[in-house]
Design a protein around this ligand. Structure first.
Ligand code: SAM
Ligand code: SF4
Length: 334
């Protein structure tokens, strides 16, 4: 039995988020620039290497694995990787295998994901207006994503909609989105926009819509009851009395939740980021490739966890962006 992963602040690390590609079929304005340059394929971990690394983390106590990107479902052969991870669900070592997706490829993969043991999927959707969807994703088509969500439902996957709260963009859709989720039985989580990646003329402070304000707007129409429910991530939840639905809030800016952080993030090149909002990382690809024996890999993972920082430094409270990260969200995996 390997010793569990405990960081210097006594937080047990049981959740690994894995970005399996930096590529995407969309170019969301808060995530990527239109002319992104992507990594050469040879830089990426192979599917076999991803399997070996994730398996090591599971052996070291990771119980929840979230596959993300870029868009995870555009990585060629990715279902082989999901099938491989399914064996850890069957053995009971892994409690949850899930993914965050833009939904564009769900029609193609939803059933196979369910067959691999995936039961929940997060789909990012910021608007239900086709023109606005095109504007925010630049390359996406709303109808394809809605069809993907429907396919997920048909396959028996529970869907959680992730919506980035964007000032002047989806403010007036707050109730439409909430009611649509209530009607179709999806959970809904709002996320504050974070200063990830330099996107040229996108101004984060202008984009930022505090979830304190968003919640106050919801309370003009609904009674929200705080619940202690957690889903292993940073969201705090409320129940909407009128509809019975659950709404989550991910508030890295207005309410820092780092004290309960249980996760680390692996990039598609094998860098392990101990915090989304700090630059420090540890390369796991070199020890992975240096030997078929896992000893060096295991000590590199332990050394990384021993450096996990207390928290991020994101802050817009002085009407300027503090804690800006140079890397894009698609690099570390959102
Ligand atoms: N392509 C997939 C998707 O869109 O769901 C997975 C990767 S994406 C980077 C993961 C999540 O990060 C999405 O919900 C997206 O809205 C969110 N995201 C991207 N950039 C962000 C930013 N600057 N601030 C907050 N959330 C962001
Ligand atoms: Fe792609 Fe997701 Fe980033 Fe949008 S948020 S560009 S879908 S990785």
């Amino acid at each position: 039995m390997t010793a569990p992963l405990i960081d210097p602040y006594h937080r047990a690390i049981s959740y690994l988020r894995v970005s399996v590609t930096d590529r995407c079929d969309f170019r969301c304005v808060y995530c990527m620039s239109e002319a992104m340059t992507f990594l050469p394929k040879r830089e990426l971990l192979t599917l076999e290497e991803l399997d070996r690394l994730c398996t090591k983390f599971v052996e070291m106590g990771v119980e929840k694995l979230r596959i993300t990107g870029g868009e995870p479902l555009v990585r060629r052969g990715i279902m082989t990787f999901f099938e491989g991870m399914g064996r850890h669900l069957e053995s009971g070592a892994l409690k949850e295998l899930t993914l965050t997706t833009n939904g564009s490829q769900l029609r193609k993969h939803a059933q196979a994901l369910h067959d691999c043991g995936v039961r929940r999927v997060n789909v990012s959707l910021d608007t239900l207006d086709a023109d606005k969807f095109k504007a925010v994703t630049r390359w996406g088509r709303l109808a394809q994503v809605l069809d993907g969500i429907e396919a997920a439902r048909e396959a028996g996957l529970r869907v959680k909609i992730n919506t980035v709260a964007l000032k002047g963009f989806n403010e007036e859709e707050l109730f439409t989105l909430t009611e649509w989720c209530a009607r179709d039985g999806h959970d809904l989580t709002f996320i504050e926009v974070m200063p990830m990646g330099d996107l040229g003329n996108e101004d984060r402070v202008d984009q930022y819509w505090s979830l304190n304000d968003l919640r106050a707007r919801l309370e003009e129409r609904y009674s929200l009851v705080d619940t202690p429910e957690r889903s292993g991530g940073p969201a705090r939840y409320v129940r909407v009395e009128e509809t019975g639905q659950r709404i989550g809030f991910i508030t890295p800016l207005s309410h820092n939740f780092c004290e309960s952080c249980n996760r680390v993030r692996l990039t598609c090149t094998g860098e392990l980021y101990m915090c989304l909002g700090q630059e420090d990382m540890v390369d796991l690809r070199a020890p992975l490739r240096a030997s078929q024996d896992d000893a060096a890999l295991e000590s590199a993972i332990r050394a990384a966890i021993a450096k996990k920082p207390k928290g991020h430094d994101f802050d817009y409270s002085r009407q300027e962006v503090r804690g800006q990260m140079s890397r894009h969200m698609s690099h570390t995996g959102g």
